[in-house]
Design a protein around this ligand. Structure first.
Ligand SMILES: Cc1cc2nc3c(=O)[nH]c(=O)nc-3n(C[C@H](O)[C@H](O)[C@H](O)COP(=O)(O)OP(=O)(O)OC[C@H]3O[C@@H](n4cnc5c(N)ncnc54)[C@H](O)[C@@H]3O)c2cc1C
Length: 338
């Protein structure tokens, strides 16, 4: 029997979920439905630094978070070490995380290397921050990784439909299972009031001499520089509940001021363009199956959304879990038809 699966969403979460379903259920006929693709998605604008951190991921049990981090790390680090590093946009990188207050974390159990900085080392960096670590991790460039994922998906027969859904009810009777990876739009598509935006704004700059990343948490701000192959990303901000995707010029000035103050060597960097995006945040991230009552009908749904500031890092692992749930729902349907 042909299994029909629909994935709603073509951001990093939807594409990763679709590919994992293809791997787990090779006979499934999969269709991605989305109204934004590639560079139009939130995913495309992200810095893509692999650094799952407890401060930004709330409500996920620590064991689950460690498991997700390790599964995702295995995926992204393998790509970064493979012949597909360049085509998939995954690169090994080294840099500094500097903080006013030390936050609990578990990165030392996951990434390539982790070194806590001594007071003396912090002074040699001219840093006023009291805590810091030097890490070797992976940067995933979403503008390269998203097309790479799409290519893999299509190579394995995946279908794509450009369409705006107003309700998942529109999919009843068309598909056996739906994977809902609609990001922030879960607020409107399924009425989830617990999802909210944390707005970010960043500046793409030409600064090829800055090779490593900096992530500096100071005075309640996060100021960061993340080098991609063709430009460097300078950020940022975390504005909870702000839905605006317009550039705020005063914030641009503020990010540049903080950048020049905190990021070594930024002087002389030229602005290329700017971007504002909304981190789809939910406590906890929702990876869950549900039989949804929609009007008089029922739809089997696996939700996978609400990844907040860590949606690049955790995308692969939550997709592995979501695909497993889709498989369980497909199994239960085939048994109930016996
Ligand atoms: C400034 C900034 C910096 C970031 N930096 C990092 C970082 O360094 N590391 C990291 O791990 N994460 C980072 N993130 C977070 C990351 O970008 C997000 O968590 C992630 O992109 C969410 O992916 P998604 O696929 O859930 O959502 P999206 O990329 O928003 O995709 C949602 C998809 O759902 C579709 N959709 C929604 N509603 C409908 C509908 N009604 N009908 C049809 N289609 C629909 C859309 O068309 C789209 O295709 C950053 C985010 C921002 C804003």
């Amino acid at each position: 029997m042909m299994v029909r699966v629909c994935v709603v969403g073509a951001g990093i979460v939807g594409l990763s979920t679709a590919i994992n379903i293809q791997r787990l259920i090779p006979a499934a006929q999969i269709t991605i439905i989305a109204n934004k693709f590639g560079n139009d998605t939130t995913s495309a604008g992200a810095g893509g630094l692999f650094r799952p951190n407890l401060g930004h991921i709330k409500g996920v049990p620590i064991d689950t978070l460690k498991r997700w981090s390790k599964i995702s790390w295995q995926h992204f680090s393998s790509l970064a070490l493979s012949s597909e590093a360049s085509s998939s946009g995954n690169n090994v990188t080294n840099g500094f995380v500097l903080q006013d207050t030390e936050e609990p974390q578990f990165l030392n159990e996951v990434i390539f290397s982790y070194h806590k900085l001594s007071r003396d080392e912090l002074q040699r960096l001219n840093s006023n921050q009291k805590h810091g670590y030097n890490i070797t991790t992976v940067i995933t460039e979403p503008k390269k990784y998203l097309p790479w994922l799409m290519r893999k998906y299509k190579e394995h027969g995946g279908q794509v439909v450009f369409r705006t859904l107003t309700s998942l009810e529109e999919l009843c009777g068309q598909y056996d299972v739906v994977a809902n990876c609609c990001g922030l739009n879960a607020k409107y598509l399924i009425g989830d009031e617990s999802i909210y935006p944390i707005r970010g704004q960043l500046i793409r700059m030409r600064a090829p001499w800055i090779r490593g990343f900096y992530y500096i948490e100071h005075d309640g701000y996060s100021t960061y520089a993340v080098p991609h192959a063709d430009y460097m990303i300078l950020g940022g901000c975390r504005q909870e509940g702000n839905f605006s995707e317009e550039i705020d010029p005063a914030l641009t000035e503020d990010i540049l001021r903080r950048g020049k103050e905190k990021i070594p060597g930024l002087e002389g960097a030229k602005v290329i363009d700017e971007w504002a995006g909304l981190r789809p945040t939910r406590i906890p991230i929702r990876v869950e199956k549900e039989s949804m009552k929609l009007g008089s009908r029922t739809l089997k749904v696996v939700h996978n959304y609400g990844h907040g500031a860590n949606g690049i890092s955790l995308s692969w692992a939550t997709a592995v879990d979501a695909a497993q749930m889709v498989n369980e729902l497909v199994d239960s349907s085939s048994h109930s038809k016996l």
